[in-house]
Write a protein that binds this ligand. Structure first.
Ligand SMILES: Nc1nc2c(ncn2[C@@H]2O[C@H](COP(=O)(O)OP(=O)(O)OP(=O)(O)O)[C@@H](O)[C@H]2O)c(=O)[nH]1
Length: 708
């Protein structure tokens, strides 16, 4: 866009330079207004003006042809006549064969004319203006036409391009400033082409001729209003309130009022408006200048060059007005100077607004970043709550030995997609009595284990610090950083310790919020792990006997029911052993309850140790224990009972320096086929125990099917 604007500006400069016309062969002309010239027939009922042109043509040399050149002002008709000779009638609003973008009315003089010439110049129109006649060589006039074509073509092309650009920028950025720029270029295209008379050559726009000179004035007023509104937007682009906004809006409104007035097409108004149109035009320029100076003081982009161009445009308008009022000011620049200044101003404004696009891009980037940030936050929040609910759900059902591993597995599953880490490792030692090493991706676990083994002390120190750290990873003997490793400590009470290790390739570290996210997720995993562990403890303590750590009566009853139901279903045997300490009262009495408790613990430990996997053991009450032997019938059960008895007999607990000897009596009963629940078998085992006691204790009695 900058390139386009520069090319356009260069074009403008070239056109302006071209306006400096070589002073070719010209003939001085004396213009004498004719007050009472007779009004010719067949012309529209508009005002008629005439003037007498006196000049002297050099003797005809056969080569030079002479023309009368008039400024192309908004007149209905213009022609020359002298005696019998009459030129063709030229019309501003109905251009005939004038060519593309004509710059003036040009009348060829007969080649035979030489010496003093007197010519009548006639014009009709609502608002006659000075036509500044010049008599010159036809070739010079042609040159001037070319310059005019170049100037006007540049003006229209520039406005057209900038207008399109402004529209494109508006559709991209939705900024009213671009809309104002587009509006101004459209109105400027219409107004300047109307002032130059080219608008009426364009098919589809010829209808503007309906308003004749009032249409031109209306478009010029509209241009002034658009100029003011555009500058208002421009001056206000960095802040809310603009100085003189009320005044500018008021003047713009008045200008639009004038436009409406012009469109009424009242012929009487035309002359007045044509005379005074320079006032609102100049006022708009001065006001615009004030806005620009104010904007320049606030260092608004391009305000100063724009103000300079506004001054040039103002000077151009003054020149044009002087010329239109009959003063001898000549040159293509008089006609096109202010127009070129306007176009240059619009081009500079467009260049200035490119900076605005950069601002938009920055703003859009900021918005995108904010949106991405919000999405990231939401994603993290969602992952966090999913982690929490998964931890709550999954850890509830798992056996205690699987809890640490599962908690950290869930942690890694949720954490990894949120972090730019190629490798995530959880390492913990002594956590709930376990060591944990989890590596994601799992492929290189052994390598990680080996690395961690070497760095264990350092890692332990970092983890104990409690602060997340990151450090560069280099290859052995190479200074370049190949990866960054972050150590996020797990809040575990010493001597246990643990950390989440994150590693990403390259020299870019982790963001602070990424590390705190890892820390937060790790805290959640630990919290729920601790809770799950505490729940397991609680569950266990409800199942176990507090003194011996064996199953309590309630738990044993539960297992009895389940085991007997299973045996009834499968037909497998099941036996029950009641084991009762002999003369335990005397131990309590002699050595105290603490010693009795110690003996109970010792016996429970010994019995438990002697059993196989799958056997169930519990304290049934007081000094009585129970053993359930699923899958074993009478003989096997008796053998187990005998072994247990001997096991206890071999114990030598010590109380108050005395080594004690303990014995147990054991009653054995095996489930009979018709016994559905455990009650009957238990009763028989109880009776067998009673029999063992009766038989002198420290022995095993197997219950018969029926007691007599
Ligand atoms: N120290 C301690 N003693 C207990 C506990 N539960 C029951 N006892 C004691 O165990 C003793 C049981 O006594 P008895 O039922 O008379 O039986 P015994 O002395 O073992 O004699 P026999 O069973 O007939 O051989 C009582 O003195 C209870 O106080 C306990 O948890 N700790």
């Amino acid at each position: 866009m900058i390139a386009i604007c520069l090319v356009l500006l260069l074009g403008l400069v070239a056109a302006a330079m071209a306006g400096v016309v070589p002073d070719g062969r010209r003939v001085p002309v004396a213009v004498v207004p004719l007050q009472d010239a007779p009004r010719p027939e067949g012309l529209p009922a508009t005002r008629h003006a005439a003037a007498l042109l006196r000049f002297e043509l050099p003797p005809a040399d056969g080569e030079a042809r002479w023309v009368v050149r008039l400024e192309r002002e908004a007149v209905d008709a213009v022609w020359l006549q002298s005696g019998d000779w009459r030129s063709p009638v030229e019309r501003f609003f109905e251009p005939g064969e004038a060519g593309v973008f004509p710059g003036s009315f040009v009348f060829d003089l007969p080649a035979s004319w030489a010496g003093p010439v007197e010519l009548e110049l006639h014009s009709t129109g609502d608002a006659p203006r000075a036509l500044r006649p010049q008599v010159m060589d036809a070739a010079d006039a042609m040159d001037l036409e070319h310059y005019a074509v170049a100037a006007s073509a540049t003006i229209y092309a520039s406005l057209f391009t900038i207008g399109l650009l402004a529209l494109a920028l508006y559709s991209a950025a939705r900024d009213r400033l671009f809309l104002a720029l587009f509006g101004f270029t459209v109105v400027a295209l219409l107004a300047l082409s109307a002032v130059n008379g080219h608008l009426y050559q364009v098919p589809g726009l010829r209808m503007f001729a309906f308003w004749r000179s009032q249409g031109v004035v209306a478009l010029v007023m509209l241009l002034c209003a658009a100029w003011l509104q555009m500058l208002l937007q421009y001056a206000g682009m960095d802040r809310e309130r603009v100085r003189w906004k009320g005044l500018v809006d008021g003047v713009s409104l008045a200008l639009v009022g004038l436009v409406a007035l012009c469109l009424l097409n009242v012929p009487q108004l035309a002359r007045t408006l044509a005379q005074v149109q320079v006032v609102p035009f100049g006022l708009a320029l001065v006001l615009g200048l004030a806005l620009l100076v104010d904007a320049a003081r606030r260092r608004t982009l391009m305000a100063l060059p724009l103000a300079a161009l506004a001054v040039l445009a103002l000077a151009g308008v003054i020149l044009l007005e002087l010329s239109a009022r009959g003063h001898q000011v000549e040159g293509v620049l008089v006609r096109y100077g202010y127009q070129l200044a306007i176009v240059a101003g619009v081009a500079i404004l467009a260049v200035g607004l490119v900076g605005r696009i950069a601002e938009y891009r920055r703003q859009r980037d900021r918005e995108l970043l904010a949106r991405a940030d919000t999405e990231r936050r939401m994603q993290r929040e969602a992952a966090r709550s999913e982690l929490v609910s998964e931890l709550q759900l999954r850890l509830r059902t798992l056996p205690p030995e699987d809890l640490p591993w599962s908690a950290f597995r869930l942690l890694l599953d949720r954490l990894r997609p949120l972090l730019p880490a190629e490798r995530c490792v959880v390492v913990a030692q002594g956590l709930h009595g376990q060591d944990v090493l989890l590596v994601d991706p799992v492929g290189d676990t052994d390598a990680v284990r080996a690395q961690l083994g070497r760095r264990q002390l350092a890692l332990r120190r970092q983890a104990a610090n409690g602060i997340a750290l990151q450090q560069p990873v280099t290859e052995v003997g190479q200074p370049s950083v190949v990866a960054i490793e972050a150590v996020v400590p797990l809040p575990i009470r010493a001597p246990a310790w643990g950390a989440v290790l994150l590693q990403r390739r390259g020299a870019d570290g982790f963001a602070t919020e990424e590390l705190s996210l890892a820390g937060d997720f790790a805290r959640q995993a630990l919290l729920h792990l601790d809770q799950a562990m505490a729940a397991v403890q609680l569950r266990r303590s409800a199942e176990l006997d507090a003194l011996t750590g064996s199953f309590n009566r309630r738990t044993i009853d539960h297992w009895l029911t389940r085991t007997f139901a299973e045996a009834a279903r499968s037909g497998q045997p099941v036996s029950v052993l009641f084991i009762d300490l002999d003369h335990f009262k005397s131990i309590n009495d002699r050595f105290g309850h603490a010693c009795g408790d110690a003996c109970l613990r010792e016996v429970a430990r010994a019995l438990r140790a002697s059993l196989q996997e799958g056997d169930l053991f519990g304290r049934y009450g007081g000094e009585e224990f129970i053993v359930i032997l699923p899958g074993r019938g009478g003989a096997a059960a008796r053998a187990v009972a005998e072994q247990l008895r001997m096991e206890v007999e071999s114990l030598r607990p010590e109380c108050g320096g005395v080594l004690l000897r303990l014995t147990v009596s054991v009653g054995v009963a095996t489930r009979l086929e018709h016994e559905e629940g455990p009650e009957a078998t238990l009763a028989r085992a109880d009776r067998a125990l009673y029999a063992a006691k009766a038989a002198g204790r420290n022995c095993v009695q197997v219950a018969p099917a029926v007691f007599r």
